[in-house]
Structures are given as C-alpha cells and as structure tokens.
Design a binder for this molecule. Structure first.
Ligand code: ZN
Length: 421
C-alpha cells in the first residue's frame, strides 16, 4: 500500500519539529518528504491531526518474564532469579513461551516500540510484524539446556527452521547470539562462541555485564579477570556487541569499551527496581560510547514504554540534566545503530517507514513548540496508530488478534499466580 501523509507534523532526524510537510510512503520506505501535488492510486492521510515520531527501539527486552509481573520479589537480582527458576520447568515448553512472548510484544507495540532485541521469540515476532534482533540463547541453565548442548550446530540450523524470516532481503528479523552472562559459561564455551561470532560478521552479540557487585566478584573468581577484559580476550568486544546494564565497572573497562566501539544499553528502571546500583552514565557519554535505554523484562520494570524508561533515566541521572532530544536518541537512533537496523530510528527520506502517530489534540503535546519536552516529561501517551514497514500494525489503538493474545496470556498467568499462593 502507498500512503501520502499530507501536512504532517513530525520530529525529523535532527530532532527538530517540522510542521506541515508531506510524507510519501512507498514500498515500506519513506520515499519522499516535501510537497506532493498530484496523486493517484494512493491512500491519503490527514497528517495535520497527528504528531509523528520514529518507531521506538528497545535494545534490551525479555519476552518470557511478563508472566512473573506483580508477584516476583524485587529486593535483589538473586531473589528474583531464585523465584522464577521454580516455575521455569513448567514454562519451558515452546507453546507457553510463545503465549508469553506474543503478549509481551503486544504491550511493547501498543507503547510505540517497533523494534526489539531479546532472546528467542522468532515465531511471535514474525507474527507480530515487529522488527527484532533475536538472539540464540547460550546459557548453561536448566531452562535453556536444550539450546546449550551442541549450540554451534544448532545456531547454524536456526535460520533453516524459520525460512520465511531469514530469506535474503528480509529486513524484519536478524539473528544474534545471546549470552545471559559470563557466569553461566566457561572458557571452552567462550572459545566456541568467539569462533561463531568472528566467522559470521553480520551477527551481533548481546550480554549482561556487571549488573550486580556479587556477579562481578563471582566472575572474577572463575575467570581471573573482569568481564570486559575477558570479552576482549575472546574477541567478543566490538561494534557488534551490545553490553547490558554495565553497572559496576572501572575506568579502564570504560576506556576499553569506547576503544572497541561496543554499545551499551542501560536499564535504570530495572536497576532501581532490583536495587542493583546504577551505571556511570556520565563517563559512558564522555567516552563517546553509543548508549541506549532498554526496558529489561516486564517483571523488573512493569512498563513496556520506552518513554517511561527515558523519564526514569532523566530522574535517575538528574545531575546530568539530559535533554529531551538526547533521551529520544537513546530510544531511537542509538539502539538502531547498536542492533544494526541502520535504516530505522528516524524520519528521514530513504529510511524504513516505522512511524508512530500521536493525536495532536492531546493536552500532553501542547504547546506544539515544546512538543518533545512535553512528550517525554508529560503523562505517558500511547500512539493511536503504529506503522511498521509502511503497514499499520496498530490502527485506532487496536491490533487485529489482540483478544486472543490477551486471553491466552491471562489463562497462563492466572495458573502461575494460583501456584504461588
Ligand atoms: Zn536483562
């Protein structure tokens, strides 16, 4: 479908407000921005009613955790992990993971997320039409053992299991490696991961780093070094690496990350929730590290909204006085770069048409001159329409099969909740 959005108001790739320009959407792309006079065979949208923003990009999300929201403990990471591991046996079937994933994605897209990065979720992401960097999980844990045993061969098979997703030219899904953290691995596994990562130059690596002080100590004991040094030693630290949290590291490690051009995704809401300590964002930014904001899973941050996460980031790092355009970059352009979705993250000619439509009469967006500030700091507003790849995935606040997704999830969630009481 070809669309012409007439007289659109939008935030452009330089984060400036543009008023009253036309956007031509064709073949999943933003083909032209300017004045379009004559049109045929095209659907016209009155852009004057909306503020358009680029789709948000969540560079750290867990699809399977939402089922624990509201009842998992939040006083420490360890108590959270101990609690969830009790249920993982029951939840590990692919069918259950798919039910929870579909629901997590539903919440994300309603909040304006058009691209996610997480482990597994291939089928649910394909069905949802969202973009995703979906990692193959490599973690020596009971829940994910079936992926761990013989992971080199299985990783190479995964794209054959989902031929529709991985056919050439598909810009929806890319496959990555997803390591929970170093303390679920040993040197032999790291050697194999390094081989996979360095032989396939288009795959990306996601890993939690230095989330808690206890975790840092454990890894230092096992590997005789800190996490960043170990990643460097195994050639796992470069511009294709996305380091998650990074709360407890020293200045030398920050320099190493900057030099290697690796990316960082901070998740302050989750850190505050679990009381794990916060990262040194000031030093990351001063070192020029590409830094994004993620939500983390929805049991350690109840909201899938990246705008909520940006708001928390502002207040968690109040002394940095982060500006609204900088916060917007951390949920759009920066994660686009970190995940390798170069044609996403801004409204620009030639970019993919991932666009959020917000109703302009919403009081939170007025006055329009202050729009970005109002948008980030005002009440959270949800997009009325969400376009991905030039198609409407959310239309008038609704998704075609939302009822079924919600019902399936509620049934499963109430089972888990009953078992906890
Ligand atoms: Zn995480």
């Amino acid at each position: 479908m070809k669309y012409l959005i007439k007289n659109a108001n939008f935030i452009d790739w330089e984060n400036k407000l543009v008023v009253g320009k036309d956007l031509l959407i064709n073949n999943g792309k933003i083909e032209y921005i300017g004045k379009v006079e004559k049109t045929s065979n095209i659907k016209i949208i009155d852009g004057n009613k909306y503020l358009l923003l680029p789709g948000f990009i969540n560079s750290h999300f867990h699809l399977g955790e939402t089922v624990f929201r509201g009842h998992a403990p939040n006083n420490s990471l360890q108590s959270y992990l101990d609690y969830t591991s009790k249920f993982n046996k029951k939840l590990k079937s692919e069918k259950n993971h798919h039910i929870i994933s579909a629901f997590s994605i539903l919440e994300a897209v309603f909040a304006g997320t058009t691209t996610i990065s997480c482990a597994r979720g291939w089928l649910a992401t394909e069905e949802s039409k969202l973009r995703g960097l979906l990692g193959y999980p490599i973690m020596k844990s009971e829940k994910l053992m079936k992926y761990y045993t013989g992971f080199t061969g299985k990783f190479n098979q995964i794209s054959k299991k989902f031929p529709k997703l991985f056919k050439s030219g598909n810009t929806q899904i890319s496959l990555g490696l997803w390591i929970h953290s170093l303390h679920f691995l040993d040197e032999d596994a790291l050697y194999l991961i390094s081989k996979l990562f360095n032989q396939n130059k288009n795959i990306r690596l996601t890993i939690h780093v230095a989330e808690t002080k206890e975790g840092v100590k454990k890894i230092r004991k096992c590997f005789k070094g800190n996490e960043i040094e170990i990643l460097k030693k195994f050639k796992l630290l470069n511009e294709r690496t996305n380091l998650i949290h990074v709360n407890h590291i020293n200045d030398d490690s920050i320099k190493l990350i900057a030099r290697s051009k690796a990316n960082i995704t901070i998740c302050p809401t989750s850190n505050l929730f679990l009381n794990t300590g916060l990262p040194n964002l000031r030093k990351f930014l001063a070192a020029g590290i590409n830094t994004s904001i993620g939500t983390d899973g929805l049991a350690t941050n109840y909201s899938a909204s990246l705008v909520d996460a940006a708001k928390v980031t502002y207040f968690a790092f109040r002394n940095l006085d982060l500006k609204p355009p900088q916060l917007l970059d951390m949920i759009t352009k920066n994660p686009a770069k970190a995940l390798g979705f170069d044609k996403c993250g801004s409204i620009k000619e030639g970019n993919l048409a991932d666009i959020l439509f917000f109703k302009i009469e919403d009081s939170a967006l007025n006055p329009i001159e202050n729009t970005l500030k109002n948008f980030i700091f005002g009440k959270t507003i949800l997009p009325i329409h969400v376009m991905i790849d030039g198609n409407f995935v959310v239309k008038n606040g609704k998704i075609a099969n939302q009822k079924e997704i919600i019902n399936n999830f509620e049934e499963l969630a109430s089972k888990i909740e009953n078992e906890t009481n």
